[in-house]
Design a protein around this ligand. Sequence first.
Ligand code: ADP
Ligand code: MG
Length: 227
Amino acid sequence: MEVVKLNNISRFFSLGNSQVNALKNVNLSVNKGEFLVLKGSSGSGKSTLLNIIGAMDEASTGEVEIAGKPLNKLSDAKKSKIRQKHIGFIFQSFNLLPVLTALENVQYPLSLQGDKNSKNKAIKALAQVGLADFIHHRPNQLSGGQMQRVAIARALVTQPDIILADEPTANLDSVTAKSIMELMKQLNQQGITFIFATHHEFVLTQASRIIELKDGQIMHDKQKAAA
Ligand code: ADP
Ligand code: MG
């Protein structure tokens, strides 16, 4: 089953009189269960691509489908609904709300959906990422790896089909980064599709598919046999 389909996507940014072509004619189809890594040097278009897949940004031309639903003609409100239902995000800098506890951070996306069972679901998600004993800690009382685990729990708690991760291990030491990758691989084996941007070489060994971007275009698209 196809969870993401990009049909001839381009994204242009205007900077004064000049134009940056962040993505050029990108075609991509991602199936459920993939562990897909986007690689490419800084400025190659990885974040732009993730933001478009996550309906955080809009393509200048071309079409995007998420879980079979075309996004192009939808209102912002409808797009938010699709994002909340199908997509979780993990960021390089974790993006936790500093005044909220781990539990409250993880409850947050469920509260947006008016879920009355948010507390129990958040406790479960935090246990799933190994933080059962830290649910009342605030971000400044947690290590980097623990903060990223909270962010993973927050991405996970809405049971998304797809988790998008933009350099999720870039701010972590290598041992912690490996443990975070192992956690994501476990979640992938439970059925969540992952699309990552990363520089870390060890992530490439875990990938089921590696796509290399250069100057906004797909240079290589390599499927690997199941690991
Ligand atoms: P990567 O994540 O691979 O480092 P990005 O997707 O962030 O690459 O950027 C791709 C290109 O688009 C770069 O040249 C970048 O400067 C440009 N770009 C990205 N976002 C914007 C923006 N909001 N305004 C102008 N240019 C942008
Ligand atoms: Mg980036």
